[in-house]
Design a protein around this ligand. Structure first.
Ligand code: BG6
Length: 515
């Protein structure tokens, strides 16, 4: 690829970035995430020549399959899921680096034999390599993987050198505050915090990274980004898909744990935090923790409380009939797991006091859309009235996270003609028009960042704990309530009606998401 047709993503992220020689071990090699996201991401990094010249991928899994069979699986997943087309040349550049290591996660010998293979690879490269462990397994084996990485000496490989081992771990980071603390403790028994990369793939999305740029690289926003000018902030992270093949996990988890505790709280932190003193990872993460800590405890009560939960019933999504959650395969027929949650937060600090933050997320909603809406206060109602009606819309700034990534601003304008009549119009910036539509996937950015040790787009241990501290009382309240207050919604709608009531109490309404 020549420099002139490189995607803007690649500027500043070229092979000159000096990614050290790396051996990546993926635990959970035959899992869904590995097939859909991780292998295709590595393929795209190989296409962009962003992988280090000394690179090796070891798939670690329980299935006893050969290197060749694993390569075939990898090839098929690239053909099916890669954002860029499969080409034999690009595949050949990656295929030679892929091997498979089978073993039980709780068998120390499997890690010892892995260590022996790694030694061989290092010899073959003729230089020291860093080890990057990617834990993409169900959470019940997190602890034993981490402990065996410690016992086999793999966690302390090249310790205290720039090539010290690193570990990327996928959520869930616990099921509540207590288990999150336990996981952090186990992680830190084997690795220092700088070696730990807790992944939240929302942070790797281009539009999410753009949040800080929009806020702090444009002087027009920051002066009005506060309680003086902002009426409310809304965040929607809606999915049209159901639980798919993940019923076992999802039924234990629900919308609050699966999406809100992590992805939406990260969006909230980036939207509401104070300007960091620099773009250094710790500077940004300190500000995120600070704002999360300023969130006021939520009011938990059946009428007029700050939280709402729902579960989908049968309905139509994209014109297709879909079953109720309780009829999905693998879901307990009496489950009270929420597939939709909406929350109202207040942030008790100088900037935001009194401004409601509304958050909603759920499965089997009308469409897949994630957006952040900053709704500004209306101007005084003295001029543009129609009849007796003041007819000027509130300005809204919308960050369209996905799909159709971009930013739009709702303004009032004069309808051409003899009368002075106003109409809201929308100014739109589309990523696809400006930058092209083939934007890199979040995992591409995150994997390469972990390789070079940049933790800016990863979550620090205290961030997860602060976020769990907010969610724990909600989970305890819902547990105590059982089915009471779990409001059904029809699949294909915008979720439980009670979520609308959260806003009506302040005379607000949800923006029609995705419009
Ligand atoms: C994952 C959740 O973290 O994010 C899934 O576990 C969800 O349930 C997914 O479907 C959504 O990610 P995206 O990038 O498709 O919005």
């Amino acid at each position: 690829m020549n420099e002139s047709n490189r995607h803007p993503f690649l500027h500043g992220l070229s092979k000159h970035r000096g990614t050290p020689p790396t051996l990546l071990v993926i635990f959970g090699a035959s899992g869904d995430l590995t097939q859909r996201k991780l292998i295709p991401a590595l393929f795209n990094l190989a296409v962009d020549q962003l992988l280090p010249s000394c690179f090796s991928l070891v798939g670690f899994g329980r299935k006893p399959i050969s290197d060749e069979a694993f390569r075939e699986v990898a090839r098929a997943s690239i053909q099916q899921f890669s954002r860029r087309p499969f080409t034999p040349e690009a595949w050949e550049s990656l295929a030679g680096s892929i091997v498979y290591h089978s073993g039980d996660y709780d068998d120390l010998k499997a890690y010892q034999s892995l260590a022996a293979r790694i030694e061989e690879t290092q010899k073959k490269f003729g230089r020291d390599i860093q080890l990057l462990f990617y834990i993409s397994t169900p959470p019940n084996v997190f602890e034993c993987i981490l402990q065996h990485l410690g016992h086999s000496g793999l966690a302390s490989w090249n310790k205290n050198t720039p090539l010290a081992s690193k570990v990327i771990i996928e959520k869930p980071f616990g099921m509540d505050l207590k288990s999150a603390k336990q996981l952090n403790y186990t992680l830190r028994m084997q690795f220092d915090e700088e070696q730990i990369f807790r992944i939240d793939h929302y942070l790797g999305k281009e539009t999410v990274q753009d949040l800080l740029v929009q806020r702090f690289a444009n002087s027009i926003f920051e002066p009005i980004w506060n309680r003086e000018y902002v009426e409310c902030i809304q965040m929607t992270v809606a999915e049209s898909i159901g639980v798919g093949s993940r019923a076992g996990y999802y039924d234990q988890s629900g919308a609050l744990r699966d999406m809100i505790q992590n992805h939406t709280m990260q969006l909230l932190a980036l939207t509401a935090m104070e300007p960091p003193v620099s773009l250094a990872p710790e500077a940004i993460r300190d500000e995120k923790v600070k704002v999360l800590k300023a969130i006021q405890p939520l009011t938990l009560k059946p009428e007029g409380g700050d939280v709402v939960r729902g579960q989908y019933t049968e309905g139509l999504v994209g014109g297709q009939k879909v079953p109720a959650y309780l009829k999905e395969e693998g879901i307990h027929p009496d489950s009270s797991t929420e597939t939709f949650a909406a929350l109202r937060f207040y942030i008790n600090n100088w900037r935001w006091q009194g401004v409601p933050f509304y958050i909603r997320s759920g499965k089997r909603l009308a469409k897949r859309v994630s957006e952040i809406v900053v709704q500004f206060k209306r101007p005084p109602g003295v001029l543009f009235t129609q009849g007796n009606r003041f007819d000027v819309a509130a300005n809204t700034l919308v960050m369209h996270i996905q799909p159709d990534e971009g930013i739009s601003l709702l303004l009032n304008s004069k309808i051409p003609g003899l009368e002075t009549r106003t109409q809201p119009v929308r100014m739109h910036f589309h990523y696809a028009t400006t930058y092209g539509s083939n934007t890199p996937e979040a995992y591409e950015r995150l994997i390469i960042d972990a390789m070079i040790g940049d933790s800016t787009l990863f979550i620090r241990g205290d961030e997860t704990e602060t976020s769990w501290a907010l969610c724990d009382p909600i989970l305890a309240y819902w547990k105590e309530q059982g089915h009471t207050g779990l409001e059904p919604y029809v699949a294909g709608s915008w979720g439980s009606l009670a979520a609308d009531r959260l806003l009506w109490e302040n005379f607000h309404t949800w923006r029609v998401s995705g419009s």
